[in-house]
Design a protein around this ligand. Structure first.
Ligand code: FUB
Length: 338
């Protein structure tokens, strides 16, 4: 070993980013953590990353996940329990491949697991599975949710008892194929000068298994009320929608994808419009950035992922850190590395 090499190693050690939090799960790879408080405990519904052997591309083909594990914690710093396989792709009758980021909701004694997966025609659709327990196992419905498409479902329970699903993701998430409301496999991404594609929202039916309405666009606007252009790719929606409510306001947070931020916008009702306010989470190591925000015993937490354990974009590990607000309700941006 030469002095020159030693010098390089020393400077790398100095510049290597120190994460602000450690992986919650180390035995398997996990990502896209959707956290909820059920029965006084934190339940995490993440993707379960695996080595698919499929080469990386812009459509995320290397994310070839096949099942979900659900995790619980008594406190955000407590022991993490892996409840094992909660749903396997082979038990979803209509599924083809790529079981991506899920979410969950509870209503009247039943837990609902919402998940995106490509159908046998390779079109991303959103399905639902049910269980009497938050950790599953879950049983999938026979068909996808009618009128639901693309990826990254997240279901928000409003304080009035209504539930809303937010969904969508561009590029590999195929949202660009649904720009007209029906599927068009030649649907193109917007050009830099065009208004960016928007995520979708639909109120859930009373049975939580279907939509009560045709999905609507979720408008994310700047301080002058203007929609972002595709060229505003540090602010426009890419994937990973999440909604939470804080002091009576609705916070819509999302990933900007190719610029790797978790950004957020605030609105007065679940449908928006939402006005862009800034960054929740700066880029993490790994291409994707995907999160959830949850309140537990009066404090707020950001669940997110990076690739600390593997160094590889498709083999991620979930994490948690506290999230704080300024007095005016804006979120204090989090840098995941010191
Ligand atoms: O985990 C697969 C995909 O990567 C998710 O659906 C996206 O949000 C991104 O995190």
């Amino acid at each position: 070993i030469t002095f020159a090499l030693l010098g390089t190693m020393a400077s790398h050690a100095q510049t290597k980013k120190q994460p602000i939090s450690q992986p919650l799960v180390t035995k398997i790879y996990t990502a896209d953590p959707s956290a909820h408080v059920f029965n006084g405990k934190i339940y995490i519904y993440p993707s379960h990353d695996i080595e698919s052997g499929i080469p990386q591309d812009d459509n995320g083909s290397h994310f070839g996940m096949k099942d979900y594990h659900i995790f619980s914690m008594d406190t955000p710093t407590g022991k993490v329990t892996d409840h094992g396989v909660a749903l396997d792709i082979k038990d979803i009758p209509w599924a083809g491949r790529q079981l991506w980021a899920p979410d969950a909701a509870y209503k009247n004694g039943t837990y609902y697991l919402y998940f995106p997966v490509k159908d046998k025609q390779d079109i991303f659709r959103i399905g639902v599975a049910t269980s009497k327990k938050p950790e599953g196992p879950f049983k999938a419905e026979k068909s996808p949710i009618e009128g639901a498409y693309s990826i990254d479902p997240s279901v928000f329970q409003d304080t009035d008892g209504n539930y809303y699903m937010y969904f969508g993701g561009i590029w590999g998430g195929q949202l660009q194929r649904w720009a007209t409301g029906t599927y068009d496999e030649n649907g193109k991404l917007k050009t830099q000068q065009e208004e960016a594609l928007l995520p979708k929202v639909a109120k859930m039916s009373k049975d939580m298994l279907s939509f009560a309405e045709t999905p609507k666009d979720v408008k994310i606007v700047d301080e002058n009320g203007n929609l972002f252009l595709e060229g505003n790719n540090d602010k426009r929606f890419f994937e990973a929608a999440w909604v939470h409510k804080y002091k009576g306001k609705y916070y819509f947070s999302y990933s900007t994808g190719d610029t790797h931020f978790i950004a957020y916008a605030i609105g007065d009702n679940p449908y928006g419009p939402f006005t862009y306010k800034g960054v929740v989470l700066k880029p993490v190591e790994g291409w994707t950035n995907h999160h959830s925000i949850v309140e537990f015993k009066g404090k707020w937490y950001l669940f997110y992922h990076d690739v600390q354990l593997s160094g590889q974009t498709h083999l991620r590990n979930i994490k948690v850190t506290e999230l704080k607000y300024n007095a005016d309700g804006t979120i204090i941006p989090i840098d995941p590395y010191k």
